[in-house]
Design a protein around this ligand. Structure first.
Ligand SMILES: C[S@@+](CC[C@H](N)C(=O)[O-])C[C@H]1O[C@@H](n2cnc3c(N)ncnc32)[C@H](O)[C@@H]1O
Length: 222
C-alpha cells in the first residue's frame, strides 16, 4: 500500500520499534504525502469499497473507523448512511479529515483504548491500521475491539498477507506481514468468527492484500 511513498520527493525513514509514539510521529511527518497518495476513495480498490460496504452496513448503529488516516473511508461509510466516526493517533490526519469532511466526526485517539463504552458500537473498520502493532499487541487491540462491539457486530480488517509473522520495510514505520490463517486464529482467540476473506495478489506496484470480515461472537463461552 505504501510502496509509492518512497517516490524520491521525500526519503522515507523507517522506524524500527512498533512503538505507538514513533508510529504517530512517523505518520505525522508524512501526513501530507500520505493524504496526496491515498487520501480519497478514488485511490481505493473497488473490491475493497464493496467489502467494507457489504459488511459494515448490515446493522444499525455506530461504526468506528479505527486508524482512519485521512478519513476518506469514514466519509465513504457516511455516504452509505452509516453513523461512522474516525479515530487516529495522528493529529495531522484528524485536522485534515475535519476540514475536508466538516460534517463528519473525527477524534485523535488510540486503538488500544477506544473512546467507546462496552458493547456500544455496531461495527469497526481497521483498514491497514493494525499493521504496525507488535504481534503481541494485536491480541490486546482485538480484545479492545471485542469490548466495544455489540454481540453480533462486525469487524473488517485489511492487512498485508505473508507466509510468516515478519516485519518488512514499510515506507512509514515498521509493519508486519501476517499469514491470513494466523490472523484469523487471533480473531478467533479474541472472540470473533470469520465470515469473509478477501485476497488479492500483488499488482501495479501494490503489495498483495488481505482482508477479513468477522463477527463478534454473541457471548464468549471460553
Ligand atoms: C496505513 S495507514 C491506514 C490509514 C487509513 N485506514 C487508510 O486506509 O488509508 C495506518 C493508520 O493507522 C494509524 N494508527 C497506527 N497505530 C494506531 C493506534 N495505536 N491507534 C490509532 N491509530 C493508529 C496511523 O496513524 C495511520 O493513520
Amino acid at each position: 500500500m505504501l510502496s509509492r511513498l518512497n517516490d524520491g520527493r521525500r526519503r522515507a525513514v523507517v522506524i524500527e520499534s512498533g512503538d505507538v509514539d514513533e508510529v504517530q510521529r512517523a505518520y505525522g511527518l508524512r501526513s501530507a504525502l500520505y493524504i496526496e497518495l491515498f487520501g480519497t476513495t478514488a485511490q481505493v480498490h473497488a473490491d475493497d469499497l464493496a467489502l467494507i460496504g457489504r459488511h459494515l452496513t448490515i446493522r444499525p448503529g455506530a461504526v468506528l473507523d479505527v486508524g482512519c488516516g485521512p478519513g476518506h473511508l469514514t466519509e465513504h461509510l457516511r455516504s452509505l448512511d452509516i453513523d461512522a466516526a474516525g479515530i487516529d493517533i495522528v493529529p495531522e490526519f484528524i485536522l485534515h479529515a475535519r476540514s475536508t469532511h466538516p460534517l463528519g466526526r473525527y477524534e485523535v485517539g488510540s486503538m488500544e483504548q477506544l473512546p467507546a463504552a462496552a458493547e456500544s458500537v455496531a461495527g469497526i473498520l481497521a483498514w491497514y491500521s493494525l499493521i504496525h502493532l507488535l504481534p503481541d499487541a494485536l491480541d490486546r487491540v482485538l480484545g479492545e475491539f471485542r469490548r466495544v462491539l455489540v454481540p453480533g457486530g462486525t469487524l473488517v480488517a485489511g492487512f498485508f498477507p505473508g507466509e510468516r509473522i515478519i516485519t518488512f520495510e514499510h515506507k512509514v514505520a515498521t509493519a508486519w506481514f501476517w499469514p491470513v490463517d494466523e490472523f484469523s486464529a487471533r480473531l478467533g482467540k479474541a472472540g470473533f468468527t470469520e465470515v469473509e476473506r478477501q485476497l488479492r495478489p500483488a499488482e501495479d506496484g501494490h503489495r498483495s492484500h488481505a482482508a477479513i470480515a468477522a463477527i463478534a461472537e454473541t457471548r464468549r463461552t471460553r
